[in-house]
Design a protein around this ligand. Structure first.
Ligand SMILES: [Zn+2]
Length: 158
């Protein structure tokens, strides 16, 4: 049984293979910092993805954060429409989910979280030397590292 070098929110769902990859990063990070990395998000349902994007847009997050800006904008348009019409949060999230559903039907996935290939790691509280250790730990893991906001976190995808 290998040692575990991460903690996670209780609701985080990830395949063991993904947890193993995160653990390898966590081990390298721990070797330098003596600290654990903390997973805040893993697999997402389509409503879960819509909720995450709702929170992001509400905090002035931009579609520019997404590699697929065209599809991100389509979801943002549903958000903007709902806000403009003074719809409540769950109604707006539902409208955004409908857009994500239609994108998935044409095999366009706005986030690797939808296909079980992304994790978010808490960045809050990391010192600059810990950030450097984290970046180094990710190197060689095969993961693409994105520094995302709202709330600030590291996004890793494989
Ligand atoms: Zn993420």
């Amino acid at each position: 049984m290998p040692n575990i070098y991460y903690t996670k929110e209780s609701n985080v769902q990830l395949a063991q293979g993904m947890l193993d990859k995160v653990n390898q990063i966590g081990q390298k990070y721990h070797a330098v910092t003596k600290k654990m990395i903390h997973i805040t998000s893993g697999n997402r349902t389509r409503p879960g993805q819509a909720q995450a994007m709702y929170t992001k847009f509400k905090n002035n997050g931009s579609v520019k954060l997404y590699s697929d800006q065209k599809n991100a904008q389509e979801i943002k348009d549903a958000y903007d429409k709902g806000i403009k019409e003074h719809k409540n949060e769950s109604t707006v999230v539902k409208a955004m989910t409908d857009v994500i559903d239609s994108q998935v039907r044409r095999s366009a996935y706005i986030s690797y979280h939808l296909v079980g290939r992304a994790v978010d790691i808490r960045k809050k509280g990391m010192t600059s030397s810990e950030i450097e250790a984290f970046r180094k730990a990710v190197q060689g893991s095969g993961a693409r590292l994105l520094n995302e906001g709202e709330p600030f976190h590291w996004h890793l995808q494989w």
